[in-house]
Design a binder for this molecule. Structure first.
Ligand SMILES: NC(=O)C1=CN([C@@H]2O[C@H](COP(=O)(O)OP(=O)(O)OC[C@H]3O[C@@H](n4cnc5c(N)ncnc54)[C@H](OP(=O)(O)O)[C@@H]3O)[C@@H](O)[C@H]2O)C=CC1
Ligand SMILES: O=C(O)CCC(=O)C(=O)O
Length: 423
């Protein structure tokens, strides 16, 4: 059973990996080619032009996308990415992974993702506001609290979500708090959302260490990416007693074999904007960070960083995917041969969308929970999903990614079947 991507990329990308993972799951579940084709095809794709009046008076036209991969279990859900690397195939892959993630976590959502091809670091805040408002206006007919609910991803944040919520609300004539999640707490966001992805990453990292009978206090880690996900993951790993030996961002990586002082590192990043130049550490290059001799490796940046070219050199015992799609299918096979445990993205980084769901529930009811309640419900959801994936993997003798994908795909296919196949 094979499917080709709708466009023909010259090199393999995340969409090829996503389709290969789905194809394997459908094969293991005994689904026919038609069912695979139905599960692979995005329900709706919108590509928009975003004319931008720049601060210097010139006009630039940007491109944005919103892909709703699947709607069979509820409204679509997924982040919005601002990055120069965004293209339609990447957004398609990320949307498909959101479908499996929401189903795995038993959230009443389908999957979606959005992206604008832009390097946000090169634009002023007023320019980014104009981009966000125009993008939101262009996709307005297909989003909303019962249709598709965006959230932050790479290059976007709670301010972006506040602009989106306001643009949507102005168009509707009243405030609609459930339009997006990851909003500022003062505007209907949830306590605990900002750090939820990182917290979830560390819940499963600690569960994996326990599973392998390894003590957090005797364990070491490296984290790639020091943004919304990587920075919190670094802090929570350190809080749990894990020694974080190395971290990186786009500018470079730093390493200290005796463990980084994470509090001091965070202060350094607040002052300078980068992990590079951190005084009590040695500068190393980004590729070396991924092959450090640590117990836990947390890729928390972009797709495809662990591939056939470096998977053989990775020395971690456990890879916890904070990012979406950091491990290619080739690297997955190498890790399986080398007995490296990979906690897949759709489980490892699901804490974000779980608390987004909590935010949506709270916003729609205009009734707010305490941070302790949010964090306790998040911990329960992560623990339940971890146990389900472990059980599926043990029963069917599968790697964790394949087990998680099978569980999720089965739930989505079941929703299609119960609704009458073509909702
Ligand atoms: N935010 C969320 O709630 C969720 C995010 N994710 C996924 O987590 C990943 C990170 O997202 P998020 O933290 O939100 O994004 P951010 O934009 O907040 O941070 C991204 C980080 O990655 C760094 N980075 C980018 N490219 C590289 C590279 N080649 N090597 C090392 N570091 C790099 C950036 O460095 P610099 O600052 O120097 O640019 C930055 O530190 C993405 O895959 C995203 O899809 C998954 C679930 C939820
Ligand atoms: O919080 C959300 O709705 C989605 C977050 C996201 O984009 C992701 O999990 O990859």
């Amino acid at each position: 059973m094979t499917l080709t991507t709708q466009t023909q990329p010259t090199t393999r990308g995340p969409l090829d990996d996503a389709i290969e993972q789905l194809t394997e799951a459908c094969h293991l579940l005994g689904y026919d080619h038609g069912t695979l084709a139905m599960l692979a095809a995005p329900r709706r794709e919108v590509t928009v032009s975003i004319p931008l009046h720049r601060d210097d008076g010139s006009i630039e036209v940007l491109t944005g996308h919103r892909v709703q991969h699947n709607l069979s279990r509820g409204p679509a859900k997924g982040g919005l990415r601002y990055s120069p690397h965004v293209d339609l195939d990447e957004v398609r892959a990320l949307a498909m992974w959101m479908t499996w993630k929401c189903a795995l976590m038993e959230l009443p959502y389908g999957g979606a993702k959005g992206g604008v091809t832009i390097d946000p670091s090169r634009y002023s805040a007023p320019e980014l506001e104009r981009v966000t408002r125009r993008y939101t206006t262009e996709i307005l007919p297909v989003i909303g609290p019962t249709r598709d609910i965006p959230a932050p991803d790479i290059g976007t944040d709670e301010q972006t979500m506040a602009w989106m919520m306001d643009t949507y609300s102005v168009a509707k004539g009243h405030t609609v708090l459930g339009t997006v999640t990851g909003k500022p707490v003062s505007l209907g966001g949830s306590l605990g959302r900002a750090l939820a992805t990182s917290l979830g990453v560390v819940h499963v990292a600690l569960a994996a260490l326990r599973h392998l009978r390894m003590e957090p206090k005797h364990s070491t880690a490296a984290v790639q990416g020091f943004g919304k996900v990587g920075r919190g993951a670094t802090r929570f790993l350190a809080d749990a007693g894990v020694q974080v030996l190395g971290v990186s961002d786009e500018h470079g990586a730093v390493w200290n074999p005796d463990g980084l002082d994470v509090q001091a590192l965070e202060k350094h990043v607040d002052l300078t904007g980068s992990v590079t130049g951190f005084p009590t550490a040695t500068a190393i290059d980004n590729d070396t960070l991924l092959t450090l001799d640590v117990d836990v490796l947390v890729p928390a940046a972009v797709e495809g960083v662990l591939h056939a070219g470096n998977a053989g050199s990775v020395r971690a015992r456990i890879v916890v995917e904070g990012a979406n799609g950091p491990t290619t299918t080739d690297a997955d096979r190498i890790f399986a041969d080398r007995d490296i445990l990979v906690i897949p993205d759709i489980l490892a980084n699901a804490g974000g969308v779980v608390v987004s769901y909590f935010e949506w529930v709270q916003a729609n009811q205009a009734y707010w929970w305490s941070q302790a309640e949010v964090e306790s419900r998040l911990a329960d959801r992560m623990a339940a999903a971890w146990q389900q994936v472990l059980a599926e993997a043990a029963e069917r003798r599968l790697p964790l990614r394949t087990a998680a994908t099978c569980l999720a795909v089965r739930r989505v296919a079941e929703a299609h079947r119960q609704r009458g196949l073509y909702p």
